[in-house]
Design a protein. Structure first.
Length: 609
């Protein structure tokens, strides 16, 4: 833990970072100062675009590669050998030794943090061989150990795979393993658990906490999840518009916040258990919005989408000729329905098949069998021209906004593109419609002329939501749509989605790992594990009376928004996840469900897993 006699490992002194844009100079960080001591976790929280990530990229001296320039201040770092140096003035040659070896970084977007043309094994062993002088075999053994630590099943097989072959959560765990590989003195974690479900999040947080206690590693933890802050932080730094507005001990900040912005952040946190006793979801009451009425969203009884026995499998190639030797049973015999104006939330472990269900409904991946009925038509049997028409009624917000937006198109054109493709309105009306959509998702009009790389992660996700709303769809598949947003913006976007749901009778398939958010927005909840629905029912029934062992484990892993009740354990032992990969001749057992109460079903067969 923190020792007052020790010198800080990292020190930000009056840091100022600017970016040159078409509209002139933009200040990313204006004047930020704080220190991080050995064995201490400092959580940096704040709005999307407040300068949290820019500060961390400055310490790594990566901000220059994104168009930024350190205009003032010091970035002092205590090296293992050689004492204190100012990284703001260090050469790129000396930074190459520091990055990865003495400062490890977990990036926010795992798909863009990993190189798509190299295997996981090559990317994991590269730093070990460069900084630790390990042999090829030693580096491979250490890589397998690291993948095991971050709870990735069958680590030997994963080493041979490429990033696109892993789920979002698995990619994030690989990035975490890479950052921990060389046991750095300072670990910068930029939204490290954004793409992870609660059970794996709990394990990763315990892993980082154990590393900190055992090795004295200093941790700079950037997050928008206030429950994670409560569990992880020793000290909290609150940033707003490029400045530090509050800093203090975690308990003091949570129990007695001084700045108005800190107060609004804490008021916007959805807390598990808030909706107990409420039959229908309802928008959150935010500071400054007390006049807004928050009516419950009752929805309708009319079924909009019906899914029966959906099966999606992916081939696994092997041998010299790369023939299909096995299959990943990503989605196995899944059935559910979504009513008009209602939200079904799908929750479950990273890699359990949640996102594949969403993609299968739109035929972005082709299912093996099953039925997907939308407005009386079976989507899986439609020819391409009819499928195109029905897709205007079904839109998707993807998990990784940077990968889903075109880096070479203006944001105006990206949001306008669906309307131009489907010729829904005249060209002169399109820009006004896009401006209106930007306003709805709380983005300024000046952003219309920007490119995706000029926005923060949270701002990019709001653009993706605006684009999904462009065609006035009947169903939106939101795949971790708010996971990249900070709490204040997340609360606003959730309220916006619920407001639109109420006005337009929109339906949502809400794929998420955040149980508190799921409890706030959903009418019904389905819990997935290894491609199967293990429990499904109304939100009230599933949250107040969870039946399946996995559902209970999910509930117990949710971090508590109270720093005085820390539940992290540094020596947690976790069982290995069974593999979803089966031989070609494997016959999947038919699932058997028991009805606990009306509409609340729980899986009773183990289905061979």
């Amino acid at each position: 833990m923190l020792d007052d006699d020790k010198a800080p490992i990292a020190e930000f002194k009056n840091l100022k970072v600017v970016f040159e844009t078409k509209d002139g100079t933009v200040t990313g960080v204006e004047d930020v100062s704080f220190s991080i001591y050995p064995g201490e976790t400092v959580c940096v929280v704040g709005e999307s675009g407040s300068g949290k990530s820019v500060s961390s990229l400055s310490m790594m001296r990566l901000v220059e590669f994104g168009g930024g320039k350190i205009q003032g201040g010091e970035l002092n770092f205590e090296k293992q050998v050689g004492g204190k140096i100012d990284l703001a003035n260090a050469s790129q040659k000396s930074m190459r030794h520091t990055r990865g070896n003495e400062i490890g970084m977990i990036f926010q977007e795992p798909m863009t943090a990993l190189n798509p043309v190299f295997t996981i094994g090559r990317q994991l062993t590269e730093g070990l061989r460069l900084h630790k002088n390990l042999s090829k075999q030693q580096a491979r053994s250490r890589a397998i150990e690291l993948l095991d630590q971050v709870r990735i099943p069958e680590p030997e097989k994963r080493l041979k795979q490429y990033p696109h072959e892993l789920s979002g959560g698995m990619r994030q765990r690989v990035v975490i393993a890479m950052a921990l590989a060389c046991e750095p003195r300072l670990l910068i974690a930029d939204e490290p658990t954004t793409a992870l479900d609660v059970t794996i999040q709990a394990e990763i947080l315990a892993l980082i906490d154990r590393l900190k206690r055992e090795t004295g590693t200093a941790v700079m933890f950037i997050t928008h999840d206030m429950a994670v802050v409560a569990q992880m932080a020793d000290r909290v730094v609150v940033m707003y518009r490029g400045n530090k507005v509050e800093e203090g001990n975690v308990i003091d900040v949570f129990e007695n916040p001084q700045h108005d912005y800190t107060k609004s952040l804490l008021s916007a946190v959805p807390k598990l258990g808030e909706m107990l006793g409420k039959k229908y979801p309802e928008p959150m009451k935010l500071l400054g919005e007390s006049k807004k009425s928050s009516k419950p969203l009752i929805g309708t009884d009319e079924v909009l989408l019906e899914v029966k026995n959906l099966v999606t499998r992916f081939p696994v190639a092997g041998g010299l000729l790369r023939r299909t030797v096995a299959q990943v049973h990503a989605v196995e015999d899944v059935s559910f329905s979504i009513k008009r104006g209602c939200t079904l939330a799908l929750v479950g472990e990273s890699g359990c098949g949640k996102s594949t269900v969403g993609r299968s409904l739109l035929r972005l991946v082709e299912p093996l069998s099953g039925e997907v009925r939308m407005a009386g038509q079976d989507v899986l049997k439609l020819p391409k021209d009819e499928l195109r028409n029905i897709r205007s009624d079904m839109q998707m917000v993807f998990q990784d906004p940077f990968a889903s937006l075109d880096p070479q198109m203006l944001l105006l054109d990206q949001v306008a593109e669906p309307m131009r493709n489907f010729s829904t309105m005249a060209e002169r009306s399109i820009e006004a419609r896009v401006e209106g959509l930007f306003e709805r998702v709380e983005l300024p009009k000046s952003f219309l002329r920007r490119y995706p790389h000029e926005l923060s992660g949270g701002q990019r996700q709001r653009v993706a939501i605006a684009r999904a709303l462009a065609l006035n769809p009947k169903l939106i598949i939101a795949d971790e749509a708010v996971s990249a947003l900070d709490v204040s913006v997340q609360a606003q976007v959730l309220n916006l989605m619920m407001e639109l749901q109420s006005e337009l009778e929109l339906s949502f398939l809400f794929i998420s790992h955040d149980m508190a958010v799921v409890e706030r927005v959903s009418h019904d909840v389905g819990v997935m594990y290894l491609g199967r629905l293990v429990e499904i029912g109304s939100r009230q029934a599933v949250f107040s009376n969870p039946q399946h062992a996995y559902t209970k484990a999910l509930m117990s892993a949710v971090p508590i928004v109270d720093p005085s009740k820390k539940v992290l354990e540094g020596d947690l032992k976790f069982k290995q996840i069974p593999s979803p990969i089966h031989p070609l001749d494997h016959e999947a057992e038919k699932p058997k469900y028991k009805e606990v109460t009306e509409g609340h079903f729980v899986l009773t067969s183990d289905c061979g897993y």
